[in-house]
Design a protein around this ligand. Structure first.
Ligand code: 5GP
Ligand code: ZN
Length: 114
């Protein structure tokens, strides 16, 4: 998708600290981390918000949670705990309109979220 920041990161037109990649997803460090561990897991397919997810994407979204689990273990945040967060549209604070799952850990989080 032209002019999509995360499509440009996926195609390596824009640099990122990529820590995992497979045929379906890329995971890289958030440029402005909100926790000691803050990784963005992004499908290579451009989907602008989770509302644009199609039925055929169900396996892809499940795969993202599988990758999140593995990255949580590899980054040693699995025992203490972590969050996987997806923001959708304005009130949730979505800024980049290519879906991405925030994997956050390394500190205690409050509940309910702010
Ligand atoms: P959102 O608010 O859309 O859920 O999250 C967007 C996230 O992307 C933010 O946490 C922000 O720090 C991150 N971000 C924005 N621009 C860049 C960038 O150019 N590179 C990286 N690695 N992260 C970015
Ligand atoms: Zn995109």
């Amino acid at each position: 998708m032209p002019n999509c920041l995360f499509c440009k990161i996926i195609s390596k037109e824009i640099k990122s600290n990529t820590i995992y990649e497979d045929e379906k997803v890329v995971a890289f460090l958030d440029i402005n981390p909100k926790a000691p561990t803050h990784i963005l897991i992004v499908p290579k397919k451009h989907i602008s918000t989770i509302l644009e997810m199609e039925e055929k994407d169900k396996e892809l979204i499940g795969h993202i949670y599988w990758v999140a689990n593995n990255l949580a273990i590899n980054n040693s945040i699995n025992q203490e705990g972590f969050r996987v967060v997806l923001n959708c549209n304005k009130d949730a604070g979505q800024e980049v309109f290519h879906i991405h799952f925030h994997l956050l850990g390394g500190r205690k989080f409050s509940w309910p979220p702010g």
